[in-house]
Design a protein around this ligand. Structure first.
Ligand code: 1GP
Length: 249
């Protein structure tokens, strides 16, 4: 995998919107993670994210990444919640700063601690502003997020604009894994107005209609995790892929 960022941009041009599937190595068994990854690759997912805010078993995650790498061709992108989420063998990493954390550890300190491993493992860093919306999820709790309410699109847009000015090329609007409510299309639209980079939206997305609304509002990539972990069908996932790729933005 020469350059994941170029691949994502080129694929976005072709497909209009990308689907990322999140595999939490602490929830999925390695074998079923590999089978799932193969299936979602066939369906048309553009990358697999591995990680999660409560994933702390570095050894288990490295094993999962290794097996996934042998099973699929689409890139494996680490999605770390902490320095323990930096493991060898993946193609890239969402090198994220949790911009709306109350704890400087999640804004710049974990990044400093993790950066040497990113370099050592040859992971391509994708500079990402991670912005948590709503509350009550693991990402919100562990990341000490200063909640942006779902209806306060202007606050999310302010953070996204600062990400733009700071030179970050990805923004991830996160409602949190298994969130009861997903990020609203109005907020995505407000962020899209000010942020020119790659816009990822995740948390609580379970069906094609929601995914379509978010893509119409300006999301470039949609992340799905819990829906599949909770036995959601691959048919729904296939619907999501088909729907988001047929949207005129
Ligand atoms: C969580 O955005 C991802 O970090 C995916 O969320 O698990 O709710 O799909 P779900």
């Amino acid at each position: 995998m020469p350059n994941v960022e170029s691949y994502l941009k080129a694929t976005l041009k072709k497909k209009k919107a990308l689907l990322f599937v999140l595999i939490d190595s602490e929830i999925s068994e390695i074998k079923s993670a590999a089978n799932l990854a193969k299936e979602v690759e066939k369906i048309g997912a553009s990358a697999i994210l591995v990680g999660g805010s409560s994933a702390i078993d570095q050894f288990g995650m490295a094993q999962t990444v290794k097996i996934l790498k042998k099973s699929i061709k689409i890139p494996i992108i680490l999605f770390p919640g902490n320095v323990t989420g930096v493991v060898p063998g993946a193609d890239a990493i969402l090198f994220s700063s949790l911009l709306n954390s109350d704890n400087p550890y999640f804004i710049s300190q974990a990044q400093a601690l993790g950066a040497p491993s990113v370099l050592k493992f040859g992971l391509e860093p994708l500079p990402t502003a991670y912005i948590i919306i709503g509350e009550g999820t693991s990402a919100w709790f562990i990341g000490s997020a200063r909640t942006i309410p779902f209806e306060k699109s202007n606050l999310a847009a302010m953070y996204a604009l600062s990400a733009q000015f700071l030179g970050m090329r990805f923004v991830y609007l996160e409602a949190g894994s298994g969130a009861k409510s997903n990020v609203k299309p109005e907020m995505v639209a407000a962020v899209r107005k000010v942020f020119r980079g790659f816009l990822i939206v995740g948390g609580g997305i379970k069906n094609a209609q929601t995914a379509a609304e978010l893509v119409k509002a300006g999301a470039d990539g949609i992340v799905i995790g819990t829906m599949l972990e909770k036995g959601g069908s691959l048919k729904t996932l296939a619907d999501i892929v088909k729907t988001i790729q047929n949207i005129r933005k």
